[in-house]
Design a binder for this molecule. Sequence first.
Ligand SMILES: C[S@@+](CC[C@H](N)C(=O)[O-])C[C@H]1O[C@@H](n2cnc3c(N)ncnc32)[C@H](O)[C@@H]1O
Length: 164
Amino acid sequence: MLNARVNEELMAAAGVEEGDVVLEIGPGTGSLTAALLAAGATVVAVEKDKHMATLVRDRFGSTEQLKVIEEDITKFHVHSHFLPILEEKSCGTKKYAKVVSNLPFNVSTEVVKQILPMGDVFSVMVLMLQDEAALRLANASIQTPEYRPINVFVNFYSGKRVFL
Ligand SMILES: C[S@@+](CC[C@H](N)C(=O)[O-])C[C@H]1O[C@@H](n2cnc3c(N)ncnc32)[C@H](O)[C@@H]1O
């Protein structure tokens, strides 16, 4: 479970504010979800595990501010879920959603590949990753032996920042 300070740091990095629409991947017991809801965001939480999804639904009860979707994020059709919500919230001007997540380690590269190109839906993506994964994805440069196609991809699609 994340502590409150880390949740606040994730939300501050994403500039989460009232009225935002946020994709949270793997809410677990819902500690980050609680902080996002308290900040006034509408949260779409995608949770693969049936029991954790039920736990989060039970924890927050029925509220328009939270939609828990029991699905594997790597199979989740982001556009069909987010575009209607964003349209509803946009009031005539284009609105973008944000991704804020303490990401399950095993899907980090896949999620980056899946979501980074969605600049039509998301304006910012803040992911908590293990140090090793964060540095591998964001800090490898063309001068280092660790430089891989995923780094070209990340450099192309983002202005990345690593907070340690
Ligand atoms: C790192 S924890 C998240 C902890 C949570 N943010 C918290 O503060 O307590 C991982 C969560 O991601 C979920 N998860 C793992 N793989 C997933 C996937 N492919 N799609 C969606 N959720 C996934 C797990 O079931 C678990 O609840």
